[in-house]
Write a protein that binds this ligand. Structure first.
Ligand code: HAM
Length: 424
């Protein structure tokens, strides 16, 4: 009995034509990141487990339940990256680039979650991290980058939810009060949090189950506990966003899933998507993370955005525009059996044209079918006649008018004729 393999549960192969949207998304993001002064950072897909445990928090859901942890043959314990921030900060600590250090990345991220629409075991993130500045203006810049990028993707139904987690001290004061409050209401929490509320009370704020939501709705709110400095920082960020015309909605219960967050935290929600998986991006400050990973105290802020969810959100909003031009210019149909197609394809590609051709000495009819299927704008026909006369027949594959569509040109005039016809 033969059996074939499938991609692992919760993962996806991305093939054409869908992959062209991915290329467009990444290229658009790379362009935005460049224009905002971010440079590309590439870090390993796996790290010593401590990088993530210390960074995102040993008690976070991701660290306790979702990380892909393995031992290599040297018996070192590693984890596949569940998110992008901790690795970039580890690299920052290791290499000490000058600050502010502004990096962007595109990366797969691995989380052992229950797969469903918009939630995968391998998803892909576009993100940025900016290290070494406390200035609220850099918070504004990071958020604005995401916002303008979403705009460039054509998304219109996106809301920016924002909160401040304060720094260690104000958050500590809040957590004490919250813990007392949760203790009083522990019997009313969901089953899971009746057991775990005291380990990390902030996680209860994230719980979507009705009993916890009801308790939290009447509970103490983080922004009421901010010290003067953190409150001023938060105020400056919101004012800065407003000056750019970016509306932020205060969401006092937004705490996000990782322990490293301090001060500004935010999430971008796509209203066109189903409620459970509608976060297309999220991020915030992590002013203590570099120190936790063994570096000098250095503040930082960034965001990550799920590529799959961005594409789902575009689809849900009915946006069909391409983000990048991926049209084949010419398809060479060569029935001479000589090397003409190879030579011509090489020449045109070096000139900047996108060129496809057939292989395996197919018939004219079969090659024309391939040409149509390739989406090429123009076919270049080379048969024995053309070979002998030093000419090439150009056929516009988008035209219905046979007379108009076909034109013979001398071999040496081909490039010019193509440029004219293709507007290149
Ligand atoms: P996160 O909110 O866990 O934050 O993930 C960022 C984005 O990745 C989410 O908003 C969502 O679009 C997407 N995402 C997360 N998990 C999944 C999944 N299982 N399937 C599909 N998409 C998913 C972070 O990872 C932080 N590192 C963001 C950050 C950067 N904070 C500061 N700098």
């Amino acid at each position: 009995m033969s059996s074939s393999f499938q991609a692992p549960i919760g993962t996806h192969d991305v093939l054409a034509p869908q992959s062209a949207l991915w290329e467009g998304l990444v290229a658009t993001f790379a362009d935005f990141a460049f224009r905002f002064g971010f440079t590309l950072a590439l870090t390993p897909m796996f790290e010593e487990i401590g990088v993530f445990n210390r960074g995102i928090g040993e008690n976070s859901d991701v660290a306790t339940k979702e990380m892909y942890v393995f031992q290599d043959r040297g018996e070192r314990t590693y984890a596949l990256r569940p998110e992008g921030t901790a690795s970039v900060v580890r690299a920052f600590v290791q290499h000490q680039p000058t600050t502010p250090y502004k990096a962007w990345y595109v990366t797969p991220a691995f989380r052992y979650e229950r797969p469903q629409a918009g939630r995968y075991r391998q998803h892909h993130q576009l993100g940025v991290e900016a290290l070494g500045s406390d200035d609220p203006a850099i918070d504004v810049e990071v958020i604005a980058l995401a916002w303008r990028f979403y705009g460039a993707l054509g998304l219109t139904r996106v809301r920016l939810l924002i909160n401040s987690m304060g720094h260690d001290e104000c958050r500590g004061r809040y957590v004490d009060v919250l813990r007392g409050y949760l203790e009083e209401h522990r019997d009313q929490l969901c089953d899971e949090h009746q057991l775990s509320w005291s380990t990390n009370p902030l996680r209860v704020l994230d719980c979507k189950k009705a009993p916890c939501v009801a308790v939290i709705n009447d509970g103490p709110l983080l922004p009421d506990f901010l010290c003067a400095d953190c409150a001023a920082h938060f105020e400056a960020v919101r004012r800065g966003l407003a000056e750019l015309g970016i509306e932020s909605v205060l969401e006092a219960r937004l705490v996000r899933g990782f322990d490293y967050y301090t001060r500004t935290t935010f999430e971008f929600v796509a209203d066109a998507l189903d409620g459970a998986q509608n976060a297309i991006g999220g991020g915030g400050r992590y002013d203590g993370l570099a120190e936790q990973l063994g570096g000098k105290p250095t503040s930082g802020i960034g965001f990550g955005s799920g590529i799959e969810r961005l594409l789902l959100a575009r689809e849900a909003e009915g946006i069909t525009s391409n983000l990048i031009n991926r049209t084949i210019d010419v398809f060479i149909v060569d029935t001479t059996g000589a090397n003409v197609a190879s030579v011509l394809a090489d020449e045109l590609r070096r000139e900047g044209f996108a060129v496809e051709r057939a292989f395996d000495a197919r018939s004219m009819k079969s090659q024309m079918k391939l040409a149509d299927r390739s989406g090429a704008r123009m076919a270049l026909l080379i048969g024995p006649q053309e070979l002998e006369s030093g000419q090439i027949t150009m056929r516009d594959l988008r035209s219905d008018d046979f007379e108009q569509a076909q034109q013979r040109v001398a071999r040496e005039d081909l490039r010019r004729a193509l440029r004219d016809r293709l507007d290149k």
